[in-house]
Each structure stands twice: as structure tokens, then as C-alpha cells.
Design a protein around this ligand. Structure first.
Ligand SMILES: C[S@@+](CC[C@H](N)C(=O)[O-])C[C@H]1O[C@@H](n2cnc3c(N)ncnc32)[C@H](O)[C@@H]1O
Length: 198
């Protein structure tokens, strides 16, 4: 690994506007998923939310219990600039692995898993299990291409990811994403993974 992927690493990315992952709006696969949800009281968490377009979209569409986590203050400030009424108590500047609140119905994944050191993938799965309630779901997109070995985004594929999750989650969907944004078309998996009893 070139550098530790700590707060200062990510802070510099925002400072230098080196944020190639940022698509400037809610992504199509997640928007499509959100639009079919009927229960606006779902307790939703978005870890590594960045500029948090998904959180803003959910909040503006009546979802009342959306929380975000990020290591860095700059994207959190951007969320409040774009969505001043977003509840402050639901915004956490913290390392995901130190975050303690749990009982989430949904956790939303987008370019966060692939931003972590791949050595932490098992730890990520354990943390998702800790934070989700029984029957809760991890929903989102994972890159389905090799990408880089020494800096994020780190890639992978279905065969590599599936064993990490299948012991603990019911696999509702783990397939090529049919509605990725055009630059990511064919290179993403959509996941809908449901926490099961041990
Ligand atoms: C590649 S960006 C993705 C941002 C957003 N999900 C998106 O798709 O636009 C990864 C984000 O995760 C944050 N991050 C990295 N490691 C983290 C950690 N351990 N805990 C919380 N946030 C973290 C970074 O600050 C950054 O905002």
C-alpha cells in the first residue's frame, strides 16, 4: 500500500478535488432501489458517504431516519450546504470501525468497500453484521473489475466477494447491475444481502 488510508489521505483527496468517484448526484441503481421503498421510517445508514447525494435524496423524499458516516469533515460540510435541514444528530464524522450505533434496516454501499484496504474486507463484513438488525439489508453496488492493487479504488469480482458474504447473509441479489451510470456500465454488481440468524 502506498500510504495508510487514514483521515489525512481522504482529507487531501477532498482538498485537492481529487474525487474521481464523485458523480455529483444520486446514482441510478440506488435511486431506483430507493424509489420502490414504501416505508419511509426505515433506519438507513450510509457509511463512507462522501458528498452524500444518496442521503440528501432520501431525506428530500421523506425518509426520516437516514444517517451518514465519513472520516472527513469537508464532504459533511458539503452535505449541510446542499441540504441545510439534514438532521445534525444523524451525521457522524467517525471511522466506520469505531461507530457504535446499530439496529439499521438498511446499509447503503457505494464506492466505500472498494475504498478500504482489501485486508479490511472481512472486518467490513463483520461490521455490517454488527450494525444491521436481523433481516436488515446491505444494498448497493460493488465494482466488478480488477482496478488497482496499491491504492483505491480496489477492485474485485463476484467470485472473490461472494465467499465473504454468503456465510452470514441471504443473497437476494449479487448480479451485474443493469442500470449503472454509463461510465460504470458492465463494471458493477448490484447487491441486496439480508442479514440472517447465525
Ligand atoms: C471513494 S469515496 C466514496 C464516497 C461516496 N460513497 C460516493 O460514492 O461518492 C470513500 C469515502 O469513504 C470515506 N472513508 C474512507 N475510509 C473510511 C472509514 N474507515 N470510515 C468512514 N469513512 C471512510 C472517505 O473519506 C470518502 O469520503
Amino acid at each position: 500500500m502506498e500510504k495508510p488510508l487514514d483521515e489525512s489521505f481522504w482529507k487531501n483527496k477532498y482538498k485537492n478535488n481529487n474525487i474521481g468517484w464523485d458523480i455529483g448526484e444520486v446514482s441510478t441503481p440506488l435511486k431506483t432501489y430507493f424509489d420502490q421503498l414504501e416505508n419511509k421510517d426505515l433506519k438507513i445508514l450510509i457509511p463512507g458517504a462522501g458528498n452524500a447525494y444518496e442521503a440528501r435524496y432520501l431525506f428530500e423524499n421523506g425518509f426520516s431516519n437516514v444517517s451518514v458516516i465519513d472520516l472527513v469533515q469537508a464532504p459533511i460540510d458539503n452535505l449541510f450546504k446542499s441540504c441545510p435541514n439534514f438532521p445534525k444528530r444523524n451525521v457522524h464524522k467517525v471511522d466506520l470501525f469505531d461507530f457504535k450505533l446499530s439496529g439499521f434496516d438498511l446499509i447503503i454501499e457505494q464506492t466505500f468497500f472498494c475504498a478500504l484496504n482489501p485486508e479490511l474486507r472481512g472486518h467490513y463484513v463483520e461490521k455490517m453484521l454488527e450494525l444491521l438488525k436481523l433481516g436488515g439489508k446491505l444494498i448497493g453496488v460493488l465494482f466488478n473489475i480488477p482496478l488497482y492493487d496499491d491504492h483505491p479504488p480496489f477492485g474485485g469480482n463476484r467470485e472473490e466477494y461472494l465467499p465473504l458474504f454468503e456465510k452470514y447473509f441471504k443473497i437476494n441479489v449479487f448480479d451485474t447491475c443493469y442500470n449503472s451510470i454509463p461510465p460504470r456500465a458492465g463494471n458493477e454488481l448490484f447487491i441486496n444481502l439480508e442479514k440472517q440468524e447465525d
